[in-house]
Design a protein around this ligand. Structure first.
Ligand code: SF4
Ligand code: SF4
Length: 147
C-alpha cells in the first residue's frame, strides 16, 4: 500500500496565544530588525503627525534595500515604552505597528514543527496561553511576509 503523506498541518486544531505585554519580543539586549514597508512607514508617520522623511530620519535605518525601525542604545525598539504600573511595556505606535510585529507569533519559522513552536515559548510567555487561534487565522497571518 502506498504511503500517502498527510497535508494536515500539525497545528490544524489551532494554537493558543495571548500576549502578556512583557515586551520581551521588542527589547534587547540582542540587536534586532523590525522591517517596515513604505506604506507602513507612511502609516506610522501619519500616526505620529510627522512628515514621512522626518520619520525616516528619526526612526529608521537602512540595510541594503530594506528599512528597519531603529533601536534605543539598549537595543530596545525605539517605540517600546517603559514598564507601566501593571508591569507591562506597550508599543507607542501599536495601531500601526509593522506587519512583522502584527503577525507574531504566527511566523513560518515558528510554525515549521511542533518543536519550533515549543522553542518559541522559551522567549515568549504568551505562547500556549489564553484563547485558541483557529487554523484559518494562523494561516492568514503566516501568509503575510515582510521586508
Ligand atoms: S514576548 Fe510574547 S508575551 Fe511578551 S510582549 Fe512579545 S508577544 Fe507578548
Ligand atoms: S514597533 Fe511596537 S510592536 Fe513592533 S517591535 Fe517596536 S515596540 Fe514592538
Amino acid at each position: 500500500m502506498a504511503w500517502i503523506k498527510s497535508k494536515r498541518a500539525w497545528y490544524a486544531d489551532g494554537l493558543a496565544f495571548e500576549c502578556t505585554g512583557c515586551g520581551g519580543c521588542c527589547s534587547g539586549p540582542g540587536e534586532g530588525r523590525v522591517w517596515a514597508k513604505p506604506e507602513e512607514i507612511a502609516a506610522m508617520a501619519e500616526h505620529l503627525g510627522m512628515e514621512v522623511e522626518a520619520f525616516k530620519e528619526a526612526y529608521t535605518r537602512r540595510f541594503g534595500s530594506r528599512v528597519s525601525l531603529t533601536e534605543a542604545p539598549n537595543r530596545d525598539c525605539i517605540f517600546l515604552e517603559p514598564r507601566n504600573e501593571q508591569g507591562q511595556r506597550r508599543c507607542r505606535i501599536y495601531p500601526v505597528r509593522p506587519t512583522q510585529c502584527r503577525t507574531w507569533p504566527f511566523w513560518p519559522s515558528n510554525l515549521r514543527t511542533a518543536t519550533s513552536w515549543a522553542m518559541t515559548q522559551t522567549h515568549c510567555p504568551g505562547i500556549n496561553r489564553g484563547s485558541l487561534h483557529p487554523l484559518e487565522e494562523i494561516e492568514d497571518e503566516k501568509s503575510h511576509t515582510w521586508g
